[in-house]
Design a protein around this ligand. Structure first.
Ligand code: FE
Length: 351
């Protein structure tokens, strides 16, 4: 397969397209393996990413070509492309999404002193198949007119009768919820996790709908008193250009609940080198660049996530929210609990 691909790559662009197993999308994936291009399959779509890749090209001369899609689509595409896949790097939000690619055999181990020095061990795959470059916390947005911060300072309290019919949360098959539930199973065991999920369902103000931003806005509109959300959505709304969102953030505040007194549930966005990367060396250099203080600071400032490296200071506006304690659980623990998490939430009636 690889020899066939290389033969194809030596031909004109038209011929490359003809050799692709997915011709209709081949124009988006440039030929790589010649040192000059890294093909990134990205399930993360930040404005900051474009600038990031431009900075990488300026620093290394290696061009970055991106193919964007949802994580499940990109994973399916890499599977169908097999060894002929032009993908060098897979980028995704949430350790659970990176775990799915890892489980599908689509990522390869990378051993890099730069990466290991920059990224704490609990924020990367133990085998080096993916690394987290930014952190996000799964937190509570609460109506400051109705809720006291101490009423939402643990995950248990969100499931308590205090909030019957007053909680907004998105669907259970969302990867952020699957990873949170996975972490709770890891910390508490399945029995307590099941009871918690039942309490969450009992507390729902409405059936799950929309994304995290919609839950925050629902609190702002008085539809619910509390909502589960990833931290960056709130931070971006509170500091963004949209006046209505900023007004919501006046009334809605953010609480960082603690899991067993050890800190808030944290997840990552990150990347790994693909199993069949034609340009492995370029891919590793891109990962190393993403781990740099410069890159982490840029994404943190633009996207509202927190830097992964403890040595990288969170820039404004994120800095105002960065003083939380993070639970030390390895983010690699979430993925193996995904199926169990989904089963528990579905059984509890969390659709
Ligand atoms: Fe997100």
């Amino acid at each position: 397969m690889r020899r066939t691909l290389l033969a194809c790559l030596s031909l004109a662009a038209l011929a490359v397209a003809a050799c692709s197993p997915r011709p209709s999308e081949a124009d988006k994936a440039a030929p790589s393996g010649e040192g000059g291009v890294v093909n990134v399959y990205s399930a993360r779509h930040y404005d900051a990413d474009k600038r990031l890749y431009e900075m990488f090209t300026q620093a290394t001369g290696i061009r970055v070509n991106t193919v964007e899609g949802a994580a499940p689509q990109l994973i399916a595409r890499m599977q169908s492309e097999g060894q002929a896949s032009p993908a060098d790097v897979f980028v995704a939000a949430d350790a659970g999404a990176l775990w799915r690619a890892e489980q599908a055999g689509l990522l390869q181990p990378v051993s890099s002193e730069t990466l290991n020095a920059a990224i704490p061990a609990n924020l990367r795959d133990p085998q080096g198949r993916w690394y987290g470059f930014q952190r996000r916390a799964r937190v509570v947005a609460y109506d400051a007119q109705k809720v006291k911060p101490e009423e939402v300072d643990t995950y248990e309290k969100l499931a308590s009768p205090r909030f019957r019919g007053k909680l907004c949360v998105r669907a259970s098959d969302n990867i952020y919820n699957l990873s949170l539930m996975g972490a709770l199973i890891e910390a508490w065991g399945p029995e307590k996790a099941r009871t918690w999920a039942q309490g969450i369902v009992a507390n729902m103000a409405r059936p799950p709908e929309g994304g995290d931003r919609d839950q925050i806005r629902a609190v702002g509109a008085g539809l619910c008193e509390i909502a589960l959300t990833n931290s960056y959505y709130y931070i971006r709304m509170a500091s963004g250009d949209d006046a209505a969102d900023r007004a919501v953030a006046e009334r809605v505040k953010l609480a960082f609940p603690s899991l067993d007194g050890q800190g808030v549930h944290v997840n990552i966005s990150g990347a790994g080198v693909t199993a069949n990367a034609p340009n492995r060396a370029g891919a590793v250099r891109l990962l190393e660049f993403l781990s740099s203080a410069e890159a982490q600071t840029l994404v943190s400032r633009e996207n509202g996530e927190f830097p992964a490296s403890p040595g990288v200071v969170a820039p404004a506006p994120v800095s105002a929210y960065a003083s939380f304690q993070a639970h030390p659980m390895p983010v690699s623990a979430y993925g193996p609990r995904q199926a169990e998490a989904q089963a528990i939430m579905t059984a509890a009636g969390w659709r």
